[in-house]
Design a protein around this ligand. Structure first.
Ligand code: ADP
Ligand code: MG
Length: 143
């Protein structure tokens, strides 16, 4: 087991539904620790660049529209196997297929508006954390 960092985003649907605190609670209860966070209203350019990997997918335009429809909360999370652990607590992309007790099962209603983002690999986690945070904005947990 290795200590990792990963990027989490509470998406505009969940922020709008006042579920920020509940979602952070699910993450913390799973053992993950917040080491950085900020609230942002993404520009079209920022959301488009962040999701550039999906540029050719038919839902790309709608995804950018959704992600810019309201503010988001971006967080760097730290913990043992943080990338996989965050994905586990998030649940499947489609909330209907997400396991009971996961964030998406409990806070998301549809495949497109699914409450949270989480990095899908350690390499992407590093890229995504750098996208939103400067190194000195990450707070080491000294206690
Ligand atoms: P995940 O967020 O679970 O890593 P993906 O990286 O495949 O999922 O997709 C990124 C985001 O794009 C999803 O979280 C969801 O908001 C949206 N999305 C994925 N697939 C679809 C789809 N078929 N139709 C509409 N939106 C989708
Ligand atoms: Mg993904």
């Amino acid at each position: 087991m290795a200590k990792e960092q990963t990027l989490s985003i509470v998406k505009p649907d969940a922020v709008g539904n006042n579920n920020i605190g509940s979602i952070i609670s699910y993450l913390e209860k799973s053992g993950l620790q917040v080491v950085a966070m900020k609230m942002l209203h993404l520009s079209k350019e920022q959301a488009g660049e962040f999701y550039a990997i999906h540029k050719e997918r038919p839902f790309y335009g709608d995804l950018v529209k959704f992600m810019t429809s309201g503010p988001v909360l971006v967080m760097a999370l730290e913990g043992e196997n943080a990338v996989a652990q965050n994905r586990k607590v998030m649940g499947a992309t489609n909330p209907e297929q997400a396991e009971v007790g996961t964030i998406r099962r409990d806070f998301a209603k549809t495949l497109d508006e699914n409450a949270v983002h989480g990095s899908d690999s350690l390499d992407n986690a590093k890229i995504e954390i750098n996208f939103f945070f400067k190194p000195n904005e990450i707070c080491a947990r000294t206690r």
